[in-house]
Write a new protein. Structure first.
Length: 97
């Protein structure tokens, strides 16, 4: 009986840990911004934090052959934070210029 309780507790812990891990995996949603890319227009991906609303743009930088300043690499640029809202709800209002 004691052994069954210990096994049940371990199984419950593993199931809750697996659920928490799965939640973190789907927390960040990648959205492809540029589908048709080439050497001039590298791929860009919008990354959205579905829990806290933070947004980043990830971009692969393709270096030009022979250029001194452009080197290949990637960058992640923070875009800000979005606020969840209902359909049609005004979340921010700005004064006209």
């Amino acid at each position: 009986m004691k052994r069954a309780l210990v096994l049940a507790a371990i199984a419950a812990f593993l199931l809750s840990a697996a659920a928490a891990w799965a939640e973190e995996v789907i927390r960040y949603k990648p959205i492809l911004i540029t589908e048709d890319y080439d050497r001039v227009h590298p791929p860009k991906v919008l990354i959205v934090d579905t829990k806290d609303g933070h947004v980043w743009v990830w971009q692969e930088e393709i270096g030009e052959s022979g250029a001194k300043t452009a080197s290949p690499g990637s960058s992640i640029i923070y875009q800000g934070r979005v606020k969840p809202a209902k359909l049609g709800e005004v979340v921010a209002r700005t004064a006209p210029r």
